[in-house]
Every structure is written in structure tokens, then in C-alpha cells.
Design a protein around this ligand. Structure first.
Ligand code: ZN
Length: 539
């Protein structure tokens, strides 16, 4: 059966083309008829002239287009981008993983779209605007596509940056075109999803300066007009905006009722979510069935599904290079490091220098294990990567969204561990401590100046007022508090490493021998000396 709505939809889309082709066919037919009535001599003249006239017409057209683009539109780069097409996307609900809460909310929308006829009968209206907020790589685009697939309606997408043009009006015209296409598709297929990625590129708070920004304003105004227009039409166009910027950067007009009034927060996956993501992507490669997915997930705190996908891909490449046919824990572990820290460099260091690096890292490691309340050591290495000569790789046991006083203090102590270890083992220290000191200083400074965590109890965020308005005595007091924190931490680390000097030497030797120590190896050594991870006491 022919779907007349679709035929009509195509006709509405292509009527200009259909008209031009019909006229061209007509003209050719008339010409052929006219030529056949001429005497053969005249006919030959006409035919001889034909190539030349086509050539001249072509040259004229080229010159015209060139002038038009250069002088009126700002160069060839401004040729209108590829036409907007409604893609048949095919992302199933089960393919969206790691963001269960967001999925649950989005499912409601899918149901509403599916039951639209029912809804119309009761007089209800489908949601027009949805806003996906969350960091990049968490699957906002994926989820939008899955909504379209599950609801069985077409999906068109455009990114906010595609609307940003130097020339006033081009962006707005593109918005108009996008929505015209969406209404058209919705007419033919009963509904349509418009996905606007990077909404913040056009949705920023509108500025009213004369120094530019007008283009974004006119684009955004057009978007608002289109969004409001959707309310009156019976077409089911659903607009999904996505942004990884904070909600407050968006213009409040966009968030008003009837526009993007339903928000779905898509955050980085939880531990359980990461486990699911790992299991999913490990199925896409040939992997060892004994891989402990839970352990991998714990190692990847704060990672997004896109990061995890990347890690599994990288692991497959590593396995291939080693000539293996399955991906095991070892390759994934190496892939995580590579993604986080860069590729290993082979540098030849003198024996003394290597020992210095090994003791520095052992210092960090012991302090982390014995004093840090939340973070675990996952690996220690004296293989150089990017700018670092060695590294102690650590991760919080769970995700934290704030840091307590104890946690910040522990970070300072861990940073100082390298310096103290160098001093204990060699009596002198190296310039390798610069970044550690910088971090430690930063933490101590913020504790006193910003968080009211200083020992003398000076409360308030002193960085929020101009320095000229803080009295010199207050500044002196703040700085001496910062220094006090620094010194207290230093004393504690020195005491610990002095006490654990045998353990320290043992780790230096192990690192020099093996270059890299994994979590299990580190834990075994601590157990040998009857030392517990400080975090185990908390539980
Ligand atoms: Zn260090």
C-alpha cells in the first residue's frame, strides 16, 4: 500500500527540483522539434554554435557564483553545509549502558511518544523540550538516538557549533531550515526528534553588547521562536538539547516552561554502572572470561563510558602487538595507564639517578598506603612517561564529590612523601620535588585561604576579596597558618618514613629490580611486614 503522506512529504521536499527538471525537459523537446523544422544548412550552423554557447554560459555561471560567494557570503567556506537529513538511527535501549537512572527517566518520554494517540484523546500534550545535562562521553547522544529508535520516529541532529557563523542571520536561517525539515518529517512519520548537541554554543546567556555576539543572539532568538511554534502545531516534534556546560550558563529563556522544561541529568557511571559498561565492551572483543570486571571498575573511578570503550579498544591493540588472541587483565591494566599517563619512554638513567627516583616513588607509596583515608595505590612505576620519571598511581576507593579536611591533609602528606624519602635515603634532594611541592602548597593555601580549615580558625574565603582589602596582619596570619599546616604534615611524614625505613629500602630495591609494582605485589610486601592499609580500619 502506498503511504500517501510520505509521497506528499517527498513532493513538498522536492517540488523545486521537480519543477526545474520538467522545464528543462520541455525546453529540450521544443529545441529538438524546432531544429528538425529548419533547413539542413541552418541546422548545421546551430549545432556548430552549441558547444561554444554552453561553454560561455558555464563561464558566466562560474564567475557569478565566485563573486557571490566572495563578496556576499564571505568565501567558499560558507557554502551551506550538507543538507539536513533525517537519519534512521538504530541504537537499541540495551546498547545504552551505565546510565540507568537517566534511562529510566527517558523511558517515560519514549512511552509518551508511543502512546501519543491515546494522549491526544485525553487532550494531553507530549513534552516538547528535553535537556540532557552531563559531562562529555557519558552517552547523551546515544540516549537521544535510543529514544528515537525505541519510539520508532526519525532523528535529526545538529551541533550547536554548526550554527555559529560570522555572518549575522546565517545561523538563524539554519535553525529555520532544521525545524522546517523536522516538521516535515513529523508530518510523514508521525513524529520526529531534533537533537541539538552542544546547546551551550547557541544557548549562552544573551549579551547585549555592540562588540559582537549578535549572531549568537539572533540564532538563539530563532530557536526560541521555533520552540514556541511547536506548541501550536499538532506535529510531534520533540527537541532534545544536550550540554556539558553548567545549567547556569544557559539563557534562562531557554529553560522556561514549554521550552526545555524537562531536564535529565546524565552523570558519570557508578561502580555498578562501570561494571556493566566493562562487561558490554569486553564482549565486543575476544577477552579472557576470567577477567574480574569488578576490580577493573574500581580502578576506573570517574571514567565515562566513552573512556572505558577507549580503554578496551586500546587493550585489544596491545594484545595484538603482543601476538595474543585474547585480551586479559594485563592488557586492560596497561591500556588504562596508557590512556591516563601516556606511552612509556625508554630513557637510560644512571644507576644513582634511578635509585633516587625509586626512593622518591617509594616515599609517595608508603605514605599513600599508611596515611591516606580514601585513596588506594594501584601501581608504582619508575618507567618514564611524558614528563615524569616515575609515578605512583592511585585512585579513590569510591567516587567522592567533595574532599574532607582529612583527605586534603593526606594529599599534602602524600605529596611530601617523595621529598622526605629522598632526604632519608640520600641526605640530599633533587629538583624532582617541584611538582609535588606545588601541589602540596596549593592544597595548604586553599585550606587556609578558602575553606576555613586553618588551625587558628580564620574562617571565610579570602580569595574572593581583592588583596588590597585584606590587612597585612591578616595576610601574615593566613600565610603563617598555611606554613603551619605544611610543617605539621612534613613532621608526620618524616616520622612515618623514619619508622618504616626498612620497608622503604625494600620498596626501593623491588622497584629497581622490577621497574613496576602492581597493587597485589605492593600489598604482599606490606603484609610481609605486618602493615595494614589504613583504609581497612575504617570499614
Ligand atoms: Zn613525586
Amino acid at each position: 500500500m502506498i503511504n500517501w503522506r510520505i509521497v506528499k512529504m517527498h513532493f513538498i521536499n522536492h517540488w523545486v527540483k521537480i519543477l526545474i527538471i520538467s522545464i528543462a525537459i520541455l525546453l529540450v523537446a521544443v529545441t529538438i522539434y524546432a531544429l528538425s523544422t529548419l533547413e539542413s544548412f541552418h541546422r548545421q550552423i546551430m549545432i556548430v554554435q552549441m558547444p561554444v554557447s554552453i561553454l560561455i554560459a558555464g563561464i558566466h555561471a562560474t564567475i557569478f557564483i565566485f563573486m557571490y560567494l566572495t563578496f556576499l557570503r564571505g568565501g567558499f567556506a560558507k557554502l551551506d553545509k550538507a543538507p539536513i537529513k533525517g537519519k534512521g538511527v538504530n541504537i537499541h535501549w540495551d546498547d545504552v549502558i551505565g546510565i540507568d537512572e537517566a534511562k529510566l527517566e527517558a523511558w517515560e518520554v519514549v512511552q509518551l511518544i508511543k502512546d501519543r494517540h491515546q494522549l491526544h484523546k485525553i487532550g494531553g500534550k507530549i513534552i516538547r523540550g528535553l535537556l540532557f545535562i552531563g559531562p562529555a562521553g557519558c552517552g547523551k547522544t546515544y540516549l537521544a538516538k535510543a529514544v528515537a529508535t525505541e519510539a520508532g520516529i526519525p532523528f535529526i541532529s545538529m551541533s550547536g557549533s554548526e550554527f555559529v557563523e560570522v555572518f549575522v542571520g546565517v545561523g538563524a536561517a539554519r535553525v529555520r531550515k532544521l525545524f522546517a525539515r523536522a516538521r516535515n518529517l513529523a508530518y510523514g512519520h508521525g513524529g520526529c526528534i531534533v537533537f541539538l548537541d552542544e546547546l551551550d554554543a547557541i544557548g549562552r546567556s544573551r549579551t547585549f553588547s555592540f562588540m559582537g555576539g549578535q549572531e549568537t543572539n539572533s540564532t538563539q532568538n530563532q530557536l526560541l521562536v521555533e520552540l514556541d511554534g511547536l506548541k501550536d502545531k499538532s506535529h510531534n516534534v520533540i527537541v532534545i538539547g544536550a550540554t556539558n556546560a553548567a545549567e547556569s550558563t544557559l539563557d534562562s529563556a531557554l529553560l522556561r516552561p514549554g521550552r526545555f522544561d524537562r531536564k535529565i541529568y546524565i552523570d558519570r557511571p557508578s561502580l555498578e554502572g562501570r561494571e556493566k559498561v566493562f562487561s558490554y565492551y569486553l564482549k565486543t572483543v575476544k577477552s579472557d572470561p576470567n577477567i574480574d570486571v569488578g576490580r577493573l571498575a574500581r580502578k576506573c573511578v570517574y571514567k565515562t563510558p566513552a573512556d572505558i570503550q577507549n580503554i578496551v579498544k586500546e587493550a585489544a591493540l596491545i594484545a595484538m602487538r603482543y601476538g595474543k588472541d585474547t585480551v586479559t587483565h594485563k592488557e586492560i591494566s596497561e591500556a588504562i595507564e596508557r590512556v591516563d599517563m601516556g606511552i612509556k619512554h625508554k630513557r637510560t638513567m644512571s644507576g644513582g639517578e634511578r635509585r633516587m627516583v625509586a626512593s622518591h616513588e617509594s616515599g609517595h607509596l608508603i605514605v599513600m598506603y599508611r596515611l591516606h583515608p580514601t585513596d588506594d595505590v594501584f601501581k608504582a612505576s619508575i618507567v618514564s612517561r611524558r614528563e615524569t620519571l616515575g609515578i605512583v598511581y592511585s585512585q579513590p576507593r569510591e567516587e567522592y564529590f567533595t574532599s574532607s579536611r582529612n583527605r586534603i591533609l593526606a594529599n599534602i602528606k602524600v605529596s611530601l612523601g617523595g621529598y622526605v624519602a629522598e632526604k632519608l635515603c640520600f641526605g640530599v634532594t633533587s629538583d624532582g620535588v617541584a611538582t609535588d611541592f606545588k601541589q602540596a602548597m596549593n592544597h595548604a593555601h586553599n585550606m587556609v585561604w578558602k575553606y576555613g580549615m586553618g588551625p587558628e580558625g580564620l574562617l571565610g574565603d579570602y580569595t574572593s576579596i581583592p588583596p588590597s582589602q585584606i590587612s597585612e596582619t591578616t595576610k601574615d596570619k593566613l600565610n603563617s597558618e598555611t606554613n603551619k599546616i605544611f610543617q605539621l604534615c612534613y613532621a608526620e611524614v618524616e616520622e612515618l618514613l623514619n619508622k618504616e625505613s626498612i620497608l622503604l629500602n625494600r620498596f626501593v630495591d623491588e622497584l629497581l629490580k622490577k621497574e613496576e609494582l602492581e597493587y597485589d605485589e605492593i600489598e604482599t610486601i606490606f603484609r610481609e611486614y605486618d602493615k595494614e592499609d589504613v583504609k581497612n580500619f575504617k570499614a
